[in-house]
Design a protein around this ligand. Structure first.
Ligand code: CTP
Length: 389
């Protein structure tokens, strides 16, 4: 049974750590909790001791078993150190090698994978010191689950909300059962929508959220790859150890993808590329009149088909409005792909804008397999394991 030390810091999101501990236990892990001093202002040790059946540590000199030096004992026994919620204070301490409470001391003594899921006020999150510390920790191998954007306490909003438990648990399990199938490989991912200008203020686009592309980037990194993402405009947050090239139009995405092709081993088209663009976008704003107007549209390049011509392993996504696989199968041949992931976007619980997904992977040799309905990260790991072989 994998052993996780769950570090809980002082944040309003500390209450969510109780559910997180339960979810990790349900997923088959043994959980031991270590609270910082400030976490105790929000939650109590007895809550976690009752939930986990294990002692909860706080002070550097806590000794549930005398003579064992708990910080070393816990660090030696743990398979994963997960800090959720991680506060700015603890993140900045960890990045500077400071061990002044039990949690930071365990972290110093721990040699396995560390995962951080921050939660804090958006200004504290964006503070240059916090960002520099996070970059430093990620550079040294920590896995970061970026906080999401939304309303936080004190009437503010921004990036600072603790990520969802499903994403945290999914990533923890991926780290524990890490497959290194993509070690040394370079993966190129197109992600998100494209925007095709009509005039200076309007564009044609689609509902792609970029979340699947972001999950694929995280999954490929967890499996040891170097990752480049060519990202159309969206609210998606990409892992900071992925190299992200931001583009707007399909033509820009096409150009960037071709430029990166020679330095990649595997290309995945998760972008919802606009198939057409206005042939003659107007400067300024098209003014209102009572007359009907029409847009002349010209086709955009088929990016994934262009990438596939290189002979590199190329995988597409087929966003289809039904469970019928016929069109997706035809796209494998038409685009010259190794495989395609069929995505039923008519099902509101999965696909566009949703946090969950379910895909049917169809390979060019005809082999088909359907993934579980799960978080986009787990589906991304499932997919990569099948196309990395
Ligand atoms: N794709 C691409 N460039 C395009 C259109 C699609 O790279 N101009 C890629 C997508 O990233 C995806 C795959 O092709 O990996 C299938 O996309 P999809 O929108 O399902 O298919 P289309 O080729 O656009 O065909 P249709 O709109 O008729 O379904």
């Amino acid at each position: 049974m994998p052993k996780i030390v769950l570090g809980v810091c002082g944040s309003i999101a500390a209450y969510r750590a109780a559910d997180l501990a339960r979810d990790l236990m349900r997923a088959g892990c043994e959980v031991r909790v270590c609270l910082t001093d400030s976490a105790q202002k929000f939650v109590t040790p007895i809550l976690f001791e009752t939930l986990t059946g294990n002692p909860c540590l706080i002070d550097t000199f806590d000794e549930p078993e005398r003579g064992r030096m708990a910080h070393l004992d816990w660090a030696r026994q743990a398979d994963l150190l997960l800090i959720a919620p991680a506060s700015a204070n603890t993140i900045n301490k960890l990045a500077n090698g400071i061990g002044e409470d039990m949690l930071t001391t365990i972290a110093l003594a721990f040699e396995g994978p560390m995962m951080l899921a921050p939660a804090m006020n958006p200004a504290m999150y964006q503070h240059p010191e916090t960002q520099a510390s996070l970059n430093n920790l990620v550079e040294h191998g920590a896995t970061l689950i970026e906080p999401t954007e939304g309303d936080v306490v004190a009437g503010e909003s921004g990036q600072g909300k603790l990520a969802g438990n499903a994403e945290i648990v999914g990533t923890a399990l991926a780290l524990l059962n890490r497959s290194n199938l993509l070690a040394g490989k370079r993966v190129l991912i197109t992600s998100g929508p494209t925007q095709e200008p009509i005039d200076s203020v309007r564009f044609l686009s689609n509902r792609s959220s970029g979340k699947m592309g972001s999950a694929l980037a995280q999954a490929a990194l967890l499996m040891g790859a170097e990752v480049k993402v060519i990202a159309g405009p969206s609210m998606a947050i990409y892992p900071r150890n992925a190299h992200v090239i931001e583009v707007r139009t399909a033509e820009e995405m096409h150009k960037a993808a071709l430029a990166e092709l020679s330095s990649c081993d595997l290309a995945i088209g998760a972008a919802a590329v606009a198939d057409y663009r206005p042939s003659n976008p107007q400067e300024g704003k098209i003014r209102r009149s009572d007359d009907a107007i029409s847009l002349d549209l010209v086709p955009n390049p088929d990016i994934i088909a262009e990438l596939a011509k290189s002979g590199k392993r190329t995988v597409g996504f087929a966003a289809e409005p039904s469970t019928d696989l016929t069109v997706a199968i035809a796209k494998i041949q038409r685009k010259g792909l190794y495989a395609i992931a069929h995505n039923d976007v008519s099902n509101r619980g999965i696909g566009f804008e949703s946090d969950k997904n379910q895909i049917t992977l169809i390979r060019a040799d005809g082999v088909q397999e359907t993934s579980p309905l799960a978080s986009k990260l787990l589906v991304a790991l499932w997919l990569l394991e099948r196309i990395a072989e």
